[in-house]
Design a protein around this ligand. Structure first.
Ligand SMILES: CC(C)(COP(=O)(O)OP(=O)(O)OC[C@H]1O[C@@H](n2cnc3c(N)ncnc32)[C@H](O)[C@@H]1OP(=O)(O)O)[C@@H](O)C(=O)NCCC(=O)NCCS
Length: 235
């Protein structure tokens, strides 16, 4: 499908934030407003150390956004925590998400930030491909049921287990050494599986959780996602 004519820019004010909240509802299908990143939160992130970016498509329609706030773990350097990135369904897979993340990278570097972190569901092949293969993040952490129960149709039926992605903005993609690699397969379409066979979906989640937790404890990191398999290597 052809690329979209899109402008990426910083969000400018309440009207942009309101449109973003509408997009959050559409993309994730949240039924409970408590699951949303609401207008004041977006405003605070954009004004005080992070960035809210929007993608404007044809007729200036807001078709995507990326929101990051300033983060710090105790005694460590500052980074950006990218809480949400989304593209309207009818514009997905046309490079808009990549454009948003590349602009987020530029904005972070301009602020003296060289790492952006976020979480994603390890069972979602799309996110695995986008984050690991296209952007080149690494993953060293697995967190169980991070957001508790959520009303998103993308999350239903399973605990919200998440990988923590680390995007090192100045580093080359982690180089594959070829030795001591572990391959971990995930299902081709977890959303479909969750609808049709929730027990099997849960079995996949348990298997990936257990494998990742033990490999991470042994010093492995996830460095890529190729043909439905995570690639883990010793750091
Ligand atoms: C994740 C998201 C922001 C990406 O935006 P996008 O505009 O579709 O991204 P791009 O077009 O730049 O890249 C998407 C890539 O995923 C690939 N992809 C799509 N469906 C896939 C699937 N089921 N399995 C593997 N890869 C898939 C596309 O082919 C494309 O890769 P390619 O360029 O190598 O072909 C968007 O899909 C989205 O809003 N998803 C729902 C919300 C979400 O999960 N947000 C991220 C977590 S906060």
């Amino acid at each position: 499908m052809k690329e979209v004519d899109v402008q990426i820019r910083r969000a400018r004010g309440v009207e942009d934030y309101q449109k973003i909240v509408e997009l959050e509802k559409q993309v994730w299908g949240y039924a409970d407003p408590a699951d949303l990143a609401a207008v004041p939160i977006l405003m605070i992130a954009n004004r005080f150390g992070g960035a809210v970016l929007v993608a404007e498509g044809p007729a200036q329609r807001l078709i995507g956004f990326a929101m990051a706030n300033l983060g710090r773990r105790s005694q460590e350097k500052l980074f950006w925590w990218s809480h949400m990135t989304a593209v309207a369904q009818e514009y997905q897979n046309r490079g808009v998400g990549l454009r948003l993340k590349l602009r987020q990278r530029e904005e972070a570097l301009a602020e003296g930030i060289d790492e952006i972190h976020w979480t994603f569901d390890p069972l979602q092949a799309l996110n695995a491909h986008f984050n690991l293969h296209k952007l080149g993040v690494i993953v060293r952490e697995y967190e169980e049921n991070v957001y508790g129960h959520s009303t998103s149709r993308l999350h239903q039926g399973l605990p919200t287990d998440r990988f923590v992605a680390e995007w090192r903005l100045k580093a080359d993609r982690a180089k594959s050494t070829g030795s001591d690699q572990v391959l971990l397969e995930i299902p081709a379409n977890i959303n479909e599986l969750r609808r049709t066979d929730i027990l099997s979906a849960k079995t996949w989640q348990d298997r990936i959780r257990e494998a990742c937790q033990s490999y991470f404890a042994a010093g492995y990191v996830v460095t890529d996602f190729v043909e439905g398999h995570y690639i883990l290597e010793k750091e």
